[in-house]
Design a protein around this ligand. Sequence first.
Ligand code: ADP
Length: 668
Amino acid sequence: MAGLTFKHIYKVYPNGTKAVNDFNMTVEDKEFIVFVGPSGCGKSTTLRMVAGLEDISAGELTIGDLVVNDVEPKDRDIAMVFQNYALYPHMTVYDNIAFGLRLRRVPRDEKHRNGKMTRDEIHAKVTEAAEILGITEYLGKKPKEMSGGQRQRVSLGRAIVREPKVMLLDEPLSNLDAKLRTQMRAEISKLHAKLNTTFIYVTHDQVEAMTMGTRIVVMKDGYVQQIDTPKNLYNYPCNKFVAGFIGTPQMNFLTGYLKKQGESVIINIDGSDAAIKVPYEKMYKVQPAYLNGDKQVCIGLRAEDISIDPEKVASAAALIKVKVSHKEELGNQTLIYGDISMDGDGYTENGTRVILQSDEAEVNNGDIVVAALNIDKIHLFDIETEKSILPRLPEYNYLDCKVKGGKILVEGVEIALPPAIVCADGEYELLIPTDAVKFCGDIGAEVVANERVDNKTLVSIALGKKRIFAVTDGEVPCGKLNISFDLKKITLLQNGQTAVAAMPETICMEGFMFKEKIVEETSSPVEATPAGMDSLFEGQPSEEVADVKTIKAKKVKRIEFFLNIGGAVFAAPDNISAKLISAMGVKKAFGGKLRFECSPYDLKFTNDGIPAEVTGIADYGSERFAVCTVCGNTAYVRCDGDIEGSVCLTPDIGSLAVIQADMDIRIV
Ligand code: ADP
């Protein structure tokens, strides 16, 4: 039993295909995680990296407490079940299950004199597994005498007798017919509960994912789209892809416009003459730019949230006309296909077609019916980015404000601007990140609600007549209190143009790694390669390795690794050089273009180091930053006093992110 951590995991195949990009997640012990997505999205590659069947190009994978990047598959304490069962055809079921155990060596002690499990121990394990899987009566048969479902049970048996820390299953049910798949789905879930071990399961089938996973990782084109529980993926998809991928029938996608009018928002849906009025409080989280009535949005509604049930229609605030084209009878319910445009055909997915669900469909093809929309379940997406514009955890608060005489006037509150923010008088839109709201200061406000979302809390705050949000780790008691904003994070917009930008939080510097031979006289032999790095050279061309390795001798040549960051040289710590060599290979690790990133707090002013020019001081009141030009980029570096002119900077090497620039792969 073990959890896993994926830290900035990448897979680049030798032909240059970037199959997995920056995969990050923590899998808790005993979770049932499902990787799901369309074919080619990188789910099998990710699973195979866990199994050790594919090298990890960059990043760090931990199983339990052990970093396993360079651990042999057989030593990872995992077991894998494949789509094609991978059974030995000439062996009986019993032998297939026992095979791995017979090979496996156990610690030598009195009982296991030859370092192997005893025949009795193997027998006990095989019969127990057969019983769990209901295949006891087939133990004497050969795989070819069994059905697909039975064969897959045998391969599950072979995996469970190994008592792995992690079970990996790669599309194990794809070769089975629909009925058997449903049955095996339930059996695998039962097996998970019984074995009490971590499962990672790969499938392209969203129903399998939804029914089995405690959490699901939805992937597309090598990128993770969302990691969440089945319920949250269904109710709160973070983008249109997840919304469309999860759930049958597929979510209806329409287009339209939102316009705020007083305390309401009017939704106009393209193709329909309906103007749907909803209270503004349901749209608090939507960025104002979408509420002017001139920015088209994508509107998502699931079939069950569009109803022709007379009771719902009688009481609903949001109604729309639908021209029925055809129906699909599913026995317990009927799917009605129609079009909200009277010119639409109800068959073509053209942005006006809708599928709705009905229990008692007394409608006929060609009818025009009135349907009630469940606005509480509406999903809204940006047309271009396809990201949700009604996210559970909004990133920003948007408020109209005035700037006058160096002060922001918002909701009856005056906020003095610090010297770092210079802004002409006028009307602006103020963007305050939800993590920039602080629960101390001198702005009177009132906390009205707390909502727990994942492991964060969304705090709703009344500020004047407006509602704003803060994202915090813990709850904040409801009631009146004082707040403030971290002003270095705010943005002021005028007519859509940035008048004041938030302070950049990332400093980018360019450079590369190089090696140098150091010749030293020594009286005794020394370690040839830096500690722990021998394994990195395995399988590399010998002439390249010879170049890096050193010879044990009295006069020794030692290789040291250095980082050139923005023209200054720093010793490369072992973990950075090892990861770079491992990700890029011995040859390309040296000289290849790297990007180093750190925060304004990770650079110090020193006597030597990276040359920089200070062009000014940004004084945010409680904090000051030197505005520097480093490697041609503007960087804000935390400082206390007044600094000007040419300076040198030294980064905290331990906090640096190291990115291979050409492929955009984060290596450290
Ligand atoms: P999935 O399991 O989601 O169907 P895969 O992980 O098998 O996707 O593949 C992800 C991407 O990597 C695809 O574009 C695929 O073509 C590519 N790919 C997979 N294996 C290899 C390989 N051995 N060499 C090159 N490209 C590969």
